[in-house]
Design a protein around this ligand. Structure first.
Ligand code: DC
Length: 469
């Protein structure tokens, strides 16, 4: 059976994408959110409080749910009555979110969903499909977009339908549902380790659909005889040309002459504009190592390079930056390696493993994104650094900026205690990688604490931080 799982928060475009993919690939689409909505509808129509677990549990005992397809459109029957026309009412969204947090509801729905998936080639969309309902699904996606973008999409959709809505209220609503769905005890909304992360904020629906179909074909190839439509073929051609073009940047550079030349310019620029105090330079180990660092701004990518990697830099940079030829050329000659974020980028992995095995040093930003708020709190650490460090037994060197690099002020870059992931070297499974990633996150936390203490002592000695020369 083909089982495709698409999870993500409300309004990320999951159902639109899942429907289009299912219809073009001859799969069945199961909207699991509608099942929770139908349960909420049943409770509301019987006057049952959707947060009262005992009453809802009693209701479930004599509630039967059947899923049917009429003219290709999913219908949900509860005790023989079609509830579908009422499920998209606004009040049902909040009620479904509340009722879906109750364990007896989840267990019943999950059982139905597993039964359905066991006997159909299916695309399911929901919150917990990849993590809980179908952990063995062939293909998993975690689709999201910023809360603002999701509220805007919903706003446009409702306005087009002639409804009057308050955009701020929609945004508040979405944020509340995100919170509810990701903080409930049983099977909360979470990205599965092996799911592909897809941020659709700047993507059109068609781009997402093409991308998802391409991935499914790569993994399961359900109907190989079926030729893609003309539009699909064009899109695929464009995408594969893009990735072919990027492929050449995975080849190791023959000479770092350009980088050495650029250092002649960058070192004085750095000294003048972003004076930086490297704390604990003795922790910068030689030989095979992965330097990991928090990431605030574009500037913080080049400061450690000019300070630490005097001969040969190797740094991971998002592949989007390689789409413009001139920027690709420049980055490549500055030692950047493209990484396609949110997917298992085999070309990048091969390139990194080779350079670490050659005892070179890699620098990466394990959050995979910039911290635009400028807070000390880091985003979730991705598993890439742990995978590389386990596979190559490289030393990991944690680094931490005190704050976003500031112009004409002294900035601190703290080098923490180097460590290895020796205790995880045997770990090849998801849990092992997860534990190793947690360990790295802990080490980064310790580095942040040590850095803050260091800055506090400076403050005590010299007054305000950042002013002294
Ligand atoms: O996707 P939707 O907005 O129709 O989902 C309605 C609610 O149902 C949502 O707030 C969370 C819940 N839900 C869930 O808990 N698990 C799923 N697999 C799907 C939906």
């Amino acid at each position: 059976m083909i089982n495709v799982a698409i999870d993500g928060p409300a309004g990320a475009g999951k159902s639109t994408v899942a429907k289009a993919v299912a219809s073009r690939m001859g799969l069945i689409y199961l909207d699991t959110g509608a099942m929770y909505r139908a349960t909420a509808y049943t409770a509301l129509s019987r006057g049952i409080d959707v947060t009262d677990e005992d009453s809802v549990k009693a209701m479930l005992e004599d509630m039967s749910m059947d899923i049917a397809y009429e003219n290709g459109v999913q219908q949900i029957y509860v005790n023989g009555v079609n509830t579908t026309p009422y499920l998209r009412e606004h009040r049902m969204s909040k009620a479904a979110s509340d009722i879906s947090a109750l364990p007896p509801v989840r267990y019943k729905m999950v059982e139905l969903q597993r039964l359905f998936a066991a006997s159909h080639d299916v695309v399911l969309d929901g919150r917990d499909i990849g993590t809980f309902v179908l952990p063995e699904a062939n293909c998993k996606f975690y689709m999201t977009a910023t809360a603002e973008e999701r509220a805007d999409r919903r706003y446009k959709e409702l306005v087009e339908k002639g409804q009057q809505v308050d955009r701020d209220a929609l945004l508040k609503d979405i944020m509340q549902r995100d919170y509810n769905d990701s903080h409930r005890e049983v099977a909360p909304l979470k990205q599965a380790e092996d799911a592909e992360y897809l941020d659709t904020t700047n993507m059109s629906i068609d781009e997402v659909v093409q991308h998802v179909m391409r991935r499914i074909r790569e993994k399961v190839d359900p109907h190989p005889a079926e030729a893609p439509s003309e539009v699909e073929a064009k899109e695929e051609n464009k995408a594969s040309k893009g990735s072919d073009r990027i492929k050449k940047y995975y080849k190791p550079l023959k000479s770092y002459g350009f980088y050495k030349f650029m250092r002649l310019i960058l070192v004085p620029v750095q000294k003048l504009f972003w004076p930086i105090k490297l704390v604990n330079p003795q922790n910068a180990v030689k030989g095979r190592a992965i330097y990991i660092c928090n990431h605030y701004s574009k500037v913080d990518t080049f400061l450690p390079l000019v300070k630490l990697f005097k001969k040969e830099p190797h740094i991971l940079a998002k592949s989007e930056l390689f789409e413009v030829p001139i920027s690709a050329w420049f980055l490549y000659h500055m030692g950047a390696i493209p990484v396609r974020r949110g997917e298992a980028d085999i070309d990048c992995v091969k390139c990194v493993l080779k350079l670490l095995k050659d005892d070179k040093q890699l620098m990466m930003f394990p959050e995979g994104t910039r911290n635009k708020q400028g807070t000390q709190q880091m985003a979730e650490i991705k598993s890439g650094a742990a995978r590389f460090a386990i596979k190559t037994k490289a030393t990991v060197v944690p680094m931490m900026y005190y704050s976003k690099p500031r112009l004409f002020r002294r900035n601190w870059l703290y080098i923490g205690e180097p460590f290895t992931l020796e205790q995880f070297y045997g770990a090849r499974d998801v849990e092992g990688r997860h534990a190793a990633t947690e360990f790295i996150a802990q080490k980064l936390d310790e580095t942040r604490k040590a850095l803050n203490e260091y800055v506090e002592t400076l403050k005590d000695k010299k007054g305000k931080p950042g002013k002294e020369k």
